[in-house]
Design a protein around this ligand. Structure first.
Ligand code: RNT
Ligand code: ZN
Length: 419
């Protein structure tokens, strides 16, 4: 008697269709299942954090007022648990320094935070067998109120933020030691000017010196992967950004740290998918913030769209998938925040699966032979292969449901609506 479920039957058909173009669907699923995606804690509370009442600053913005935003560490952890249960495959949790959890009556400023302020997050990660990534928070703080941190001409301010960076290195090492997974620590500063600056080189020189001072404090390079994220502009700093693309590319190459490209951080016609191969040739690792900019760095929820697919394709076709650290970075406050996590993460995973199911060697050979006609024909025809059946098989293998909205709707009615 044939006991195959519909999912399995559809998968067998899909497997044969992909095998006909030389693609092994089992291998694609295995690779995707082992690839960790770093899920950003800050989608759950519109980047508010717990360490200060300061409004979100730094030229980034979450818009919308959908009810149910997490207000405490416990609420955020509970929301993350639901999201993680609905996201297939391997996950890491990406924290910001502003998510320190203080005991009652206790508080430490950003230059003085310690590993113990993140003990609850470490327990959370260990209980779930996941790794932690980290980000110093150079925004939403009185000492970042004029928009300058590591590049500030005010030596006291600059030193404060250098101390913050060093404190975060210690916390990142602690994360790696405790969880057993390397911690990616990403440095992004909002520094820049609204109008054309009189001095462009000075702030960049100070930023360079500050970064050297942070890295000079020393850290275990096996445990902590320090990344540097560039940006083209932010709200209120439209004319000049200290950590521009050229600055960051040059800095990471000369200091042996990791470049981070956020696909919302370039001019709208510039594509990160085209930059990946160039950067990979000169760097051992590359970190990505997967987001969706609509007209600007608006941080909309990631869709299964052409650029997400092309980024995934480049990651796979380059043969360097395991050298790339994938993280999500968006914050939409206008829809259910748990759904935002799940939808965006699943879309990145769909794009990766699509890339893993593409016969890259075959297509490369067509390109090298100059047969652009067959290259176009084959790549267009492959778009209609039964990707959905392989996706369903991946979901069932990782015990993630297809209809995730059912659980989210229930949680909204039972928990979120009561906040
Ligand atoms: C901002 C950067 C940065 C932040 C997070 C919260 O433009 O993309 O990565 O979004 O650190
Ligand atoms: Zn980012």
């Amino acid at each position: 008697m044939n006991r195959m479920t519909d999912t399995e039957k559809a998968y067998e058909t899909a497997k044969a269709a992909y095998a006909a173009i030389g693609v092994d669907t089992d291998a694609a699923i295995a690779t995707l299942s082992a690839l960790p995606i770093s899920v950003h804690c800050w989608q759950g509370d519109d980047v508010s954090g717990f360490d200060s009442p300061d409004a979100l600053s730094g030229g980034i913005m979450a818009t919308g007022n959908y009810p149910g935003k997490a207000r405490t560490p416990e609420e955020l952890m509970s929301d993350i648990d639901l999201a993680f249960s609905l996201i297939p495959g391997r996950k890491k949790l990406n924290l910001h320094a502003s998510y320190a959890v203080f005991e009652k009556g206790e508080w430490a400023d950003r230059d003085a935070i310690e590993p113990r302020h993140f003990e609850k997050w470490v327990r959370f990660a260990k209980e779930r067998g996941i790794g932690l990534d980290f980000n110093p928070t150079f925004f939403s703080h009185p000492k970042a109120a004029d928009g300058l941190t590591l590049s500030s001409p005010d030596e006291e301010i600059r030193r404060f933020w250098v101390a913050h960076g060093i404190a975060c290195l210690r916390i990142s090492e602690y994360f790696a030691e405790q969880t057993g997974f390397p911690c990616v620590m990403n440095i992004w500063i909002p520094d820049g000017y609204k109008d054309t600056p009189a001095d462009r080189i000075g702030p960049r020189e100070r930023f360079m010196r500050s970064l050297d001072e942070i890295l000079g404090a020393g850290y275990d390079r096996e445990k902590v992967k320090v990344t540097l994220e560039s940006k083209v502009f932010g709200i209120g700093v439209e004319s000049y950004t200290v950590g521009s693309s050229e600055f960051c590319q040059s800095y990471v190459l000369t200091r042996g740290i990791v470049p981070l490209m956020d696909n919302g951080h370039y001019h709208p016609t510039e594509l990160v998918s085209d930059k990946i191969s160039a950067v990979l040739l000169f760097n051992k690792n590359l970190a990505l913030h997967i987001t969706r900019g609509v007209r600007w760095d608006s941080d909309h929820v990631v869709r299964f769209d052409d650029e997400t697919k092309e980024i995934a394709k480049e990651a796979v076709a380059s043969g360097r998938l395991s050298d790339i650290f994938f993280a999500l970075d968006y914050f939409d406050a206008s829809i259910n925040r748990i759904a935002a996590w799940v939808i965006g993460c699943r879309n990145l995973q769909k794009a990766l699966l699509c890339a893993l199911l593409t016969p890259h060697d075959r297509l490369k050979a067509l390109q090298d032979r100059g047969d652009y006609t067959h290259l176009l024909a084959e790549s267009e025809e492959e778009k209609l292969l039964p990707l959905g059946a392989v996706w369903e098989k991946f979901l069932s293998e990782s015990k993630a449901v297809s209809d995730y909205m059912k659980a989210i709707d229930r949680y909204e009615a039972d928990v979120l609506s009561k906040r």
